[in-house]
Design a protein around this ligand. Sequence first.
Ligand code: FMN
Length: 398
Amino acid sequence: MFFLLEARRFPPLKRKPCYGIKERVIQEPNVHFWNNISKPIIALSPMDGVTDPCFRRIVATHGKPDLIVTEFTSVEGILHGAESELGGLVFDEIERPIVAQIYGSNPESFFLIAQLVCELGFDGLDINMGCPAKAVSSKGCGAGLIADPPRAKAILQAARQGIDAWVAGGALPMVDLHPKIGEWLTRRKEVGQLPPSERRPLPVSVKTRIGVNRVVIQEWVSHLLEEKPAAISIHGRTLHQGYRGAADWKAIAEAASIARGSGTLILGNGDIRSLNEAAQRIRESGVDGVLIGRAALGNPWIFRKKSLLREALSHHEPELIPDEPASPLERLEAALEHARLFQESRPLSRFAEMRKHLGWYCKGFPGASQLREKLVRVRNVDEVEALLAPFLSEVSYR
Ligand SMILES: Cc1cc2nc3c(=O)[nH]c(=O)nc-3n(C[C@H](O)[C@H](O)[C@H](O)COP(=O)(O)O)c2cc1C
């Protein structure tokens, strides 16, 4: 069997974990916002250390993808009340629809954290079954779950049970267990982030890869489909590949064909650099949408012509979507806006975390590489402003 590729590291799981909640009868998937957004879906892929609340807001403002996913957040980190993990779960209304991505290996933790994600007002919950980092996958989290399908299923079921418990009106159990979370929630409410007025079930989705050390897309996707997730996003590489080689879009197309008619949407992911490439991948693979990751670094505008992509796909003759890169002025203004947002909303974070973004924005105009060399040393937004000012005045007159 494909999941015996790696030695089992976990004690055997009960087929259906039950935490005092009535066993859930699997009905038609809860698609909610997934049903309502335009198809094919052009979404921002989650990226740890990148798609933090500031970057997500910039992308939502300048690119407006159909869907935004947070960086992955550790369920155990949240349960320990780690401010760094909780901070990633703050969002602005402009980011909607917004899905919280979480990772871990203990179903019981997913049961608890799913309730917190509901309480925070997210539109969906995504479970990371694709992270290849050793620190994550070797502990049976992320892509490590591809090697342990029973646990992957148990996690999906536990998350759903958590959502059901929240919908049924229960108090958040982790608030008593972990006072730091309670304090954090109180502070969120003080700054105006209120829980949703209506307790509606949140759709659960999965983001994963095509296998551990070989492609097992058919078995793996069929296994996940038994749990009827609202969507499965597939990065077309194996765990062992990491980011090497090219994304295998044939495997992604196979997943789309297996899932067709199941009610679960398939989103393809890997190596898309433009909306034209996205259109081609969608046309060839039959996916319901794509996630774009690295091509959005310093380029939130990549999403802005997505309605033209849908138009192009509706014609039999493929049409080219005009590639209109952001102007130097737009890039520099966005860099400054992002830096201001970062300093304002993350006063306790090291400004050094912002430098990589500044470098990604500052491309494609004379003097950009010299500017980037200076930006890698900035310590605050005033220094960014001083460095950008001469460029801003020059490019705005062109
Ligand atoms: C810096 C970085 C951080 C990432 N963090 C996450 C993450 O938190 N969750 C996740 O599901 N994928 C994560 N990924 C994977 C991306 O979402 C995406 O699957 C991958 O980059 C391939 O898509 P792309 O070629 O469009 O970048 C990360 C990728 C990068 C480059």
